[in-house]
Design a protein around this ligand. Structure first.
Ligand code: CA
Length: 111
């Protein structure tokens, strides 16, 4: 057998196997949180269900099918707890209560 063909064949299989191993490594090391589409919702302005001018959980619930349709797999919400809103809701006054502007605990649970 021609030694050049043997060497070329060996190099071909070596490169093929390196690419295969690289592909396997990428598949194993993918992190869901790096591959997933997240969508941040700024609660006050996203979807207002009752016409008071502020977004709320009922409004966001109505948009879930749309968000899923555009490929969103995770939602990041801005703060929705009770707050004096000096710092856009990040100044949380009570971590156990939903700010009434955004709805009720039942609205949150349903969302
Ligand atoms: Ca509203």
């Amino acid at each position: 057998m021609n030694p050049k063909i043997v060497i070329a064949t060996f190099i071909y299989f070596l490169l093929f196997n390196i690419n295969y191993v690289k592909a396997q490594h990428v598949a194993v090391t993918k992190k869901w949180w790096k591959e997933t589409v997240f969508y941040q919702i700024y609660m006050p302005s996203y979807a207002d269900s009752n016409g008071d001018g502020f977004g709320d959980f009922r409004g966001m619930t109505q948009k879930l099918d749309y968000l899923q349709g555009i490929g969103v797999k995770g939602i990041w919400l801005t703060p929705f707890f009770t707050s004096p809103k000096v710092d856009n809701g990040y100044d949380i006054a009570n971590y156990y209560e939903i700010d009434p502007t955004y709805g009720t605990k039942a609205d949150f649970d349903f969302f």
